[in-house]
Ligand binder design. Sequence first.
Ligand SMILES: O=P(O)(O)OC[C@H]1O[C@](O)(CO)[C@@H](O)[C@H]1O
Length: 313
Amino acid sequence: MILTVTPNPALDLTWHLDRLTPGETHRADAGAAQAGGKGLNVARVAHAQGASVLAVSTAGGRTGIELAAELAASGVPHRLVPVAAATRRSIALVDQELGDTTIVNERGVNPTDAEWVTLVGEVVDALPGAQVLVISGSLPPGAPETLLPLLIGTARDAGVPVIADTSGPALLLAADAGASVLKPNAAELVEATGIADPVDGARSLIARGVDLVLLSLGADGMLAVTASDVRHARLETPLTGNPTGAGDAAVAACAVLYADGVRDPETILRRATAWSAAAVLMPLAGEISDDWEALEQRLLVAPFTPVFREDSL
Ligand SMILES: O=P(O)(O)OC[C@H]1O[C@](O)(CO)[C@@H](O)[C@H]1O
């Protein structure tokens, strides 16, 4: 079973617009409201591909009620810890003409210490049935610094490898606590490590004990950085669509392979890049297109040559 934790879930609100023009009024068809936050999207994608999953998160306030109802309807197995503070919202405005998405993520409100303890307890209860633990998404401001090390350390003590997709100082905390795989994008890596070259930044995480860094480069695909190799996977012609949740699909691919015992970096890189691209073709985060196998066949995979486009940073 793939166990996912989403410390800062969101009610994802998505509108598709013909064209987004800042400062103007837009008319749109009804938007979608979906249970989101990175770990919930990971669980959603893995579940849709037939993997056994359990998604652990929190829910509070009216937004939390809506999130819980939608998650129940989705059929994704989950446990939600009730919290007093209202679940945050994330807003995605998809510009269909440009194939571009504008996102506003509320920061979220920190649960109480007692609520965090309950969340950790849910994870600890579920760990014996897990092959991999995925910790995904931001932490709300003020979240205890001990949270990630505690979750990662407990999983490792139970023999369960950890995949973490987070940002800011939490990325370094996750590396130091013993995460096996990290999936930052280039900007997150540069910000967290203070190292201007993302590949050197990824290598610095490997030096802290991480086995594999999956470095997402947007339209330029993805890198797999290990202690001995840097490999690049990309499509010759990048796809346009809704990139929200593309990184979550990459993490889902990695989690599914990890749960099956696969550790080969190139196999993981190929599947993660293909699922990520397949997510761009879908209208909402947490979904991938059925075409992912064809996309995987089309990938160009080679040792990395360092030519970054400015917009991938
Ligand atoms: O936790 P954050 O980094 O703020 O990201 C949350 C957002 O990311 C997504 O998971 C998409 O990657 C959305 O569902 C949205 O809620």
